[in-house]
Design a protein around this ligand. Structure first.
Ligand code: AHR
Length: 514
């Protein structure tokens, strides 16, 4: 039995707990409101990789697939349902080979390049700055641009910022106007490089931090636009990177990125996205939960240099990474998405919310057709993944006030491996509605959860749940509704307390109204 925080209230009599069925207890502290959950925790990432951009988002104006200015309408409509707050682009590793000037002006004249990181395919630059900004406007999200440090120049990055955000009568701003955009765009989030410790230049932290300072000087805040400057942060548990970069450049940045992928057993043993059993279920959930400790440890290091927590930790790449779907280009990182991925998404979102004081953004990798995608497409067809449904169910948490939870839960155990059965997170929105999200990680058994609510006495409750008969359940083009949320009624609200029975391997979202 794991106890998270202290002070579990006595709950005897709240719900009759059978001796055979494991039970968890929690106290939701509506009386101890925490920080606002940054809506950007629900951010997305779109890279020039496989069919994320080309085919998944961009089909071109002449496509028979319905589109607005070349951007497919079905995908935009689905993304609008998620209330995507922010979208990262153009990479990823691609960002450090991307030269933005090749992606503006008449498309027929744009130079081509080889996408050396992802399949060696020829990139024709038909999706560039104007198309990306149009995508953000259609989706209703903020852009987050990653600049090229690895193979670019200070001047190139400086000019990109001017091109996008200056309203001056300058050659670059006028070029933007000639290319069809009169007003400057509002660009807040701008990263100086990606994975500088790897595909972004293979730099030691001191060298990168010095470069961050140099590039940063030349990225100007043009009137009406203030950049939120994001430095390249660590890979997973590379704490030395965080320490060095914070020491040298911490005072000059607004955010520091963190990348953490959930990989079953190292990069050489990633396993199948769909063909797995209970050992792999446990392995993936165990690996994903490690991000909690990783965030905590990076936060402690950041606290040394930034005790006021002004620098946000931006988890701008996260999610599951499996072996590519057989028969697909391995460089395209195509993988299916099962109920297991939905549980992974929910667990991560709970962790990010618990770290709301430091985690200012998170961008799941990636939005369409790549890694732990929201959406998969095949020509004109589109399917929503179980992960999409978690993001849709959880959107009520965006921008709401975090409410702490004391949780006592049994473990789900297999051999030497143990993880908590229940994960929970709660928030209160502007209208006073409390949202409580719950996960049951046990693939075999339901669990009863007795919830006391301190500081609020809700009068009514409603809910939705995402589950399926098997761990491997997923949506396909032929069968798109195998995993989708349905109304959830397996709870009793009485005297301001809640007794919930969570089905095995499920994610539930409850709304409690005053
Ligand atoms: O998301 C796929 C790749 O993973 C990104 O391009 C890179 O930043 C990371 O290594």
């Amino acid at each position: 039995m794991k106890l998270f925080r202290l002070a579990i209230l006595p709950l005897a009599g709240l719900v009759s707990l059978s001796a055979q069925t494991p039970a968890a207890t929690l106290t939701l502290h509506a009386d101890q409101p925490g920080p606002v959950i940054n809506k950007n925790i629900y951010g997305q990432f779109s890279e020039h990789l496989g069919h994320c951009i080309y085919g998944g988002i961009w089909v071109g104006e002449d496509s028979p697939i319905p589109n607005v200015r070349g951007i497919r309408s079905d995908v935009v409509a689905a993304l609008r349902q998620l209330q995507v707050p922010v979208l990262r682009w153009p990479g990823g590793c691609f960002a450090d080979e991307y030269h933005w000037k090749n992606g503006i002006g008449p498309r027929k004249d744009r130079p081509k390049m080889i996408n050396t990181n992802w399949g060696g395919v020829v990139e024709d630059n038909s999706f560039g700055t104007h198309e990306f900004m149009d995508l953000c406007e259609q989706v209703g999200c903020e852009p987050y641009i990653t600049g090229n440090v690895g193979s670019g120049t200070v001047r190139e990055m400086m000019e990109w910022v001017e091109y996008m955000t200056s309203n001056a009568d300058s050659p670059l701003a006028n070029e933007r106007r000639r290319n069809g955009r009169a007003e400057p765009w509002h660009v807040k989030y701008f990263a100086i490089g990606n994975e500088a410790w790897g595909c972004g230049g293979d730099m030691p932290p001191e060298f990168y931090a010095d470069n961050f300072r140099r590039y940063n000087v030349y990225l100007k805040n043009y009137p009406g636009n203030e950049l939120y400057r994001i430095a390249c942060g660590p890979d997973a548990a590379s704490y030395g990177w965080t320490d060095k970069v914070m020491a040298i450049a911490g005072a000059r940045m607004n955010g520091l990125s963190l990348h953490y992928y959930t990989v079953k057993n190292g990069w050489n043993d990633k396993g199948s996205a769909t063909e797995f059993g209970e050992p792999e279920w446990m392995a993936i959930l165990g690996q994903t939960l490690r991000i909690d400790e990783i965030i905590t440890n990076h936060s402690v290091i950041m606290d040394k240099y930034d005790p006021a927590k002004k620098v946000g930790l931006m988890v701008d790449e996260w999610g599951t990474w499996y072996d590519p779907t057989p028969g697909t280009n391995p460089g395209f990182l195509v993988q299916q998405n099962t109920l297991r991925d939905a549980v992974v998404a929910a667990l991560n979102l709970h962790i990010f919310q618990r770290h709301a004081d430091r985690v200012a953004m998170a961008n799941i990798a990636q939005m369409v057709n790549v890694l732990q995608a929201m959406i998969m497409t095949d020509g004109p067809r589109m399917v929503l993944t179980p992960t999409y449904h978690v993001f849709e169910m959880y959107k009520a948490h965006q921008g709401a006030t975090y409410l702490p939870i004391d949780l006592s839960t049994p473990d789900y155990s297999r051999g030497d491996a143990h993880i908590p059965v229940v994960s929970a997170s709660a928030s209160r929105d502007r209208n006073g509605l409390i949202h409580l999200s719950l996960v049951n990680t046990d693939p075999n058994r339901p669990i009863r959860v007795a919830c006391a609510i301190a500081g609020a006495a809700p009068k009514s409750a409603s809910g939705r749940v995402l589950t399926a008969p098997t761990m491997q359940a997923h949506n396909s083009f032929e069968s798109p509704d195998e995993v989708k949320p349905v109304p959830f009624t397996d709870f009793v609200l009485s005297g301001g307390s809640l007794a919930v029975t969570l089905p095995s391997k499920s994610v539930a979202m409850l709304e409690l109204a005053p």
